[in-house]
Design a protein around this ligand. Structure first.
Ligand code: C2E
Ligand code: MG
Ligand code: MG
Ligand code: MG
Length: 278
């Protein structure tokens, strides 16, 4: 019996698994150093109102400026940052940088726009989250109404009551809230109604196959109607073609974000885009 267990436990030290664990440990060690060395930079993607042609907002998207690998995209380090808890200090840095940049644009005399900041589950649930948001606003001097926090449906559904409380606290600060990647989670209408939100961001998976996929068009229209019923703003993500923009416009969704208008770009480039207006 004991021998059998012994043999079984040896299987735990599968070399591939051990290698994987070592890599993760190495990568989180690197992430830790990256925080100390301030290697995270923000790129910004504009959001446009098709009716006025104006830029109405800017989403901040983090990149890791890795010393040897160059720019590393969030898909490659956010999951590990979440797992290791390092997302909390990274998220704090992102909040500070985003609020600071938004304030800087206002000081340059550019028309004020909302700055969208993504927040992952671990960060949203963290007890110090509200304090971090308040500190980023206070340090930068940015008025809270220019900050929009983006959270996902699945995050909110994990603990509805807790999420509603946090959202009310953010609202009390004067910060607005958007649901990111909307349509991919499982929020019921009755739950959605209870969230103190200001905006739905339609997930880009629904936009990608417009105008070829009739189901996606129907879903997109339904989300736009839902937003109207709940008195929420709505924006489509991942808009890449004129045909998609046209469909959205017809469907009553006038706010778009996507490569059609601009990819996420560094702050200086964004400043230029904002100066030129549309
Ligand atoms: P997201 O918040 O849904 O951001 C939109 C993603 O779609 C961005 O990818 C953006 O570059 C990309 N995108 C925008 N327009 C288009 C388009 O027209 N076509 C296509 N194919 N893609 C488009 P990115 O920057 O790689 O970020 C990926 C995800 O990483 C974000 O998805 C967000 O969930 C997460 N993320 C980014 N920055 C942060 C951050 O500061 N904190 C946290 N917690 N998560 C972040
Ligand atoms: Mg987002
Ligand atoms: Mg999204
Ligand atoms: Mg499809």
């Amino acid at each position: 019996r004991a021998k059998e267990n012994g043999r079984n436990s040896i299987q735990v030290f599968d070399p591939a698994m051990a290698e994987n664990a070592r890599q993760k440990l190495g990568r989180s060690e690197e992430l830790r150093r990256a925080i100390e060395r301030d290697e995270f930079v923000l790129h910004f993607q504009p959001q446009k109102d098709m009716t006025s042609g104006e830029i109405i907002g800017v989403e901040a998207l983090v990149r890791w400026n890795h010393p040897t690998e160059g720019l590393v995209f969030p898909g490659e380090f956010i999951p590990l940052a979440e797992e290791s808890g390092l997302i909390v200090p990274i998220g704090e840095a992102v909040l500070r940088k985003a609020c600071g940049q938004a304030k800087k644009w206002q000081e340059l005399g550019l028309p004020p726009v909302k700055i969208g900041v993504n927040m992952s589950a671990r960060q949203f649930q963290e007890p110090g989250m509200i304090r971090h948001v308040a500190a980023a606003l206070a340090e930068s001097g940015l008025e809270p109404r220019w900050l929009e926090i983006e959270v996902t449906e699945s995050l909110l559904m994990r603990d509805v009551q807790g999420a509603i409380m946090k959202m009310h606290e953010l609202n009390a600060l004067g910060v607005s809230l958007a649901i990111d990647d909307f349509g991919t989670g499982y929020s019921s209408l009755s739950t959605l109604k209870r969230f103190p939100l200001s905006r739905l961001k339609i997930d880009r998976s629904f936009i990608a196959d417009i105008p070829d996929d009739a189901d996606d068009m129907a879903i997109t229209s339904a989300i736009v109607s839902l937003a109207r019923i709940l008195a929420l703003d709505v924006i489509a993500e991942g808009v890449e073609t004129e045909a998609q923009a046209h469909f959205l416009s017809e469907a009553g969704c006038h706010a778009i974000q996507g490569y059609l208008f601009s990819r996420p770009i560094p702050a200086e480039e964004m400043t230029r885009v904002m100066r030129e207006g549309t």
